[in-house]
Structures are given as structure tokens and as C-alpha cells.
Design a binder for this molecule. Structure first.
Ligand code: MRU
Length: 355
């Protein structure tokens, strides 16, 4: 059976629009409570959406983009009919864009919905309707892009292999079957047995709380390790492939992803293990020449000192908490996109794929 004959679907509804454009709302799976509780949060105002993105109720670059796209519709509902609609929407877009700075999918989606509003003629109701259509199109497109990534990435996974991943670039980070996980889900559906080592991913544990959870639900053989075990696990030859997601990829291929990704890339190079990134075209920011220009989000100290349900560092201690790091292109063996694999990772191949 070829991989084109296999259709796999997202295992959970990460983000969903309920109702009409005028009075509907955004329903999000609350990922802060996984893996112990499956609870949904309804966002009925721009502040609700901002807060949900900021608190990581919804997280992962593509999922943030989808949520922010719907957030534009939610936020537009309170704009009075006689207001300067385009100006109000610009303010709304700028507000939502500030919720998290690193994943470019957020501003990509917000700007796309804004552009659709600006190019729609008619009253506020007609514009809002067009905005909802655009947000839904972003949603549907993301689901398709995940599957397209999977069709390329599946070929990298061979029977008996150990695959290491970091954070969650899975179904929970998208509205499809994930980016880094897409190939895993397809290979699994094609009957291949392999093991996924899930880095726990401190400080917020997206690897153990989310990736391990969704792979386990799907029946994929998943093993959780703490972040500091990755080097030794590679040394023991348990891992033959590393595949991670991305929050923003610069024109030269430098890639921002969850803090700890850079260390993994260095370790993979040391052990001769191919290190791949998987991302849809919406994660590329070709306006940036290199990773040095990517804004890195800083998070609060509590996530480090008291993030595990109890205090794990002394009161008043200083912390430093960048949420993302940048892996230089030279350490990336290939970038699997919905349009093919960029390899070698350099500006020419990236621009060629994205053209
Ligand atoms: O802080 P998070 O949980 O939003 O970080 C998520 C990641 O770093 C993912 O790897 C990235 O967004 C890719 S998602 C397909």
C-alpha cells in the first residue's frame, strides 16, 4: 500500500469554531490540563483568546495560528457597525500578535484574516462572514499540510528504528496529525514498528504531558526520557533519527523551536544521527535573513521554580527562561515541508520550495 492511499485524521479537536460569525466562539482543548483532564475552554472575547495563547491553553505554532485566525473573528464581534472597521481590525491584529512572539504562524494567520477583511466589500456582517471563511480555510489547510508533511517524513522511518523528538510538534500542536509526528502516524498506519523517544521538555513538559499522551493514544510505541538523557540514549545507539517541529524558520534555514532543540542538534551531530525539522510553509519567515533576527520569548520564573506542582528552587532565586532556541541550518540535515524536503538546508533550496 502506498502512503497516498492512507488517510489519517487528527485524533483530537484542538481548536473549533462553534456557531455563526456574528455570535459564535472559539472552543479550545485546554492543553495545560493534559494528560490528566480533557477539558475545553470557550473563548468569547479577544482577551479570552489572548490569554489562552499566552497561557499555552493552545500552543504549538500551527495551532496558535489557527486559534488566532478565529480570534480575529471573535474580537471583531464587538466592533460597532459604524466604527472605522479596518482601523479597528488593525488594532485587534496587533493586539493578538503580542500574545506570543516567536511562532510566526500567529502573525501569518492574523494578517491573512485581516487581508481578507480589507478586500471584502459590504457591511460589517459581510466582512465578519468573510473573516470566518478565511479562518476556516487556514484551519482546513493546516490539516492538509500535516498530512502532506507526513507523506514525505514517513519514508525516513524504518522498521525497528528509534526516533527522538522534543517538545510537542504533534497533533496537539496543529489541527491535523502534527508536523514532527505526521510521519510517525503514517509509518504506524503502514504497519511499521518503531520507538519514539519523547524528551520530557522542561520547564512545561510538553514532551511527556502531550507527545507521549497522543502517541500512546494512537498505539505508537513511546518512551519518555528526561531532557538530560538524550545524549546518553544516542550514545547507546537507541536513536537513528531526530525529528522536531519549528516555530519560525529564517530564509537561510536557521530554525527556532522549543528550548533544548539546539542542544539536541549538537548531540545528533556528535553521534552522526540525521537531525530533521518538520514544518509547513506557514512557519517560514523569508523576511528574516538568519536566525539572529528571530524574537525569542521569555517566560516567567515560576515555570522553572514551581512548575511541577511544588516549589523546586529557593524563594527569590533569579531565573533565566528563554522559551525557544535557534538551531543553525548547518546542523539540520533536512527540513520536511508540505512541499517536499529542503535539502541541503540553505537559502537556495528553501526559496526554491517556497516559490
Ligand atoms: O511553547 P510551545 O508549546 O508552543 O512550543 C511548541 C514548540 O516548540 C513546537 O515544537 C513547535 O511549535 C512546532 S509545532 C508543530
Amino acid at each position: 500500500m502506498t502512503n497516498n492511499e492512507i488517510h489519517i485524521h487528527p485524533p483530537v479537536a484542538v481548536a473549533e469554531w462553534i456557531g455563526q460569525a456574528a455570535d459564535g466562539f472559539l472552543r479550545l482543548l485546554d492543553q495545560t490540563l493534559l494528560p490528566t483532564e480533557t477539558t475545553y475552554l470557550d473563548c468569547r472575547s479577544r482577551e479570552d483568546v489572548f490569554d489562552a495563547i499566552r497561557r499555552l491553553v493552545v500552543r504549538g505554532a500551527p495551532a496558535i495560528g489557527v486559534a488566532a485566525g478565529y480570534g480575529m473573528v471573535v474580537g471583531s464581534q464587538v466592533i460597532p457597525n459604524d466604527a472605522d472597521f479596518p482601523a479597528e481590525l488593525e488594532t485587534l491584529a496587533a493586539y493578538l500578535e503580542k500574545s506570543r512572539p516567536t511562532a510566526v504562524n500567529l502573525s501569518w494567520a492574523v494578517r491573512r484574516v485581516l487581508q481578507r477583511a480589507k478586500s471584502t466589500s459590504g457591511d460589517a456582517a459581510a466582512i465578519r462572514q468573510a473573516m470566518l471563511e478565511e479562518a476556516r480555510a487556514i484551519h482546513a489547510e493546516d490539516e492538509k499540510m500535516c498530512l502532506a508533511i507526513g507523506r514525505y517524513a514517513e519514508k525516513l522511518i524504518t522498521p525497528g528504528m528509534g526516533v527522538l523528538t522534543h517538545c510537542n510538534a504533534g497533533a496537539l500542536a496543529t489541527v491535523g496529525v502534527g508536523t514532527a509526528t505526521a510521519g510517525m502516524y503514517l509509518a504506524h498506519a503502514m504497519g511499521r514498528a518503531f520507538t519514539v523517544y519523547c524528551d520530557e521538555t522542561r520547564p512545561l513538559l510538553q514532551g511527556s504531558r502531550l507527545t507521549a499522551w497522543e502517541l500512546q493514544q494512537a498505539g505508537v510505541n513511546a518512551v519518555v526520557i528526561t531532557d538530560n538523557m538524550a545524549g546518553w540514549v544516542m550514545k547507546e545507539k537507541r536513536v537513528q533519527l531526530v525529528i522536531v517541529g519549528a516555530d519560525r524558520i529564517a530564509a537561510n534555514g536557521d530554525t527556532a523551536n522549543k528550548i533544548g532543540t539546539y542542544s539536541l542538534a549538537v548531540l545528533a551531530a556528535r553521534h552522526g544521527i540525521p537531525f530533521y525539522v518538520a514544518a509547513p510553509y506557514s512557519t517560514f519567515d523569508l523576511t528574516l535573513k538568519s536566525g539572529e533576527e528571530i524574537p525569542i520569548e521569555q517566560r516567567g520564573s515560576e515555570e522553572i521554580t514551581a512548575g511541577l506542582g511544588r516549589r523546586t528552587a529557593p524563594e527569590g532565586i533569579a531565573t533565566y527562561s528563554p522559551a525557544f532556541d535557534v538551531t543553525p541550518a548547518e546542523l539540520i540535515y533536512g527540513i520536511v515541508t508540505d512541499r517536499g524536503i529542503a535539502q541541503p538546508v540553505k537559502e537556495q533550496t528553501i526559496r526554491g520550495l517556497m516559490a
